[in-house]
Write a protein that binds this ligand. Structure first.
Ligand SMILES: [Zn+2]
Length: 240
């Protein structure tokens, strides 16, 4: 597995220019094959279960399900690379949250939030969420909760696909698999019926967000010009 740049990488360069990191042509087929298998695994176990699935369960489903080919050695190598590489080389400066690609989520510690397809950790995160619903109103909903390493990998690879292979660009709007706070408790909220706009700056103009800003117990993790190199995310709630 290798990655390419069109010219040398500048460690602190945050702009999206010719220094951006891309998926190589050689890896393109492996990249697309993994995306397809992840989609099939998700379809096999369902959207909700896929949010919290471990790497080993993903592999075992690919072996058992008759409509899914087992992950190949080069696909697993690619997945390991994307988990263990250092994204600071392309301007993502967040903390590494997950240590091992095989880390699992303890099902006893989580709870499914009805009608959302998402999970939250029992205790602080769950309590914060329901407090917010009470204070903001029923028009607020959970748009993304706990994400396992596999789930974050799927989102990251899909994002890279939508940026035509540009990893630097993808990481500005979605953390690489080991770097998401969603795996340890952070969650995203949105306005019911607002759809994809919930994940754009439009959310900052909603009444729901205006009310959230008045809540003393709520912090938004990715503020404007945050040190992690992540875009402004008014919908992403800090729980750690
Ligand atoms: Zn988020």
């Amino acid at each position: 597995m290798s990655l390419s740049t069109t010219s040398s990488l500048l460690a602190n360069d945050n702009s999206h220019t010719s220094e951006d990191l891309y998926i190589t042509k050689n890896d393109y087929e492996v990249f697309q094959s993994i995306r397809n298998k992840l989609k099939l695994v998700q379809r096999h176990i369902g959207y909700g279960n896929f949010n919290v699935i471990s790497f080993d369960s993903m592999l075992s489903i690919s072996r058992r399900a008759s409509n899914i080919e087992e992950f190949t050695k080069s696909e697993i190598d690619f997945l390991e690379f994307i988990f263990y590489y250092n994204p600071a080389t392309h301007g993502f400066f967040g903390d590494r949250i997950s240590k091992n690609i095989t880390d699992t989520i303890d099902k006893k510690l989580i709870t499914k939030i009805p009608r959302t397809g998402h999970y939250l950790f029992k205790g602080h995160a769950e309590k914060t969420y329901y407090e917010m619903i009470k204070d903001v109103g029923d028009s607020l909903t959970l748009t993304s909760g706990i994400r396992s390493i596999v789930k974050q990998t799927k989102l990251f690879l899909d994002k890279i696909n939508s940026t035509n292979g540009n990893i630097t660009q993808a990481a500005i709007s979605l953390a690489p698999p080991a770097f998401t706070y969603h795996s340890i408790g952070d969650f995203d909220v949105g306005k019911k019926g607002f759809g994809y706009a919930n994940f754009t700056s439009k959310f900052a103009n909603t009444d729901e967000f205006r009310k959230i800003q008045q809540l003393k117990y709520v912090d938004v993790r990715y503020t404007i010009n945050n040190k992690d190199g992540v875009r402004y995310e008014p919908w992403h709630i800090t729980t750690i």
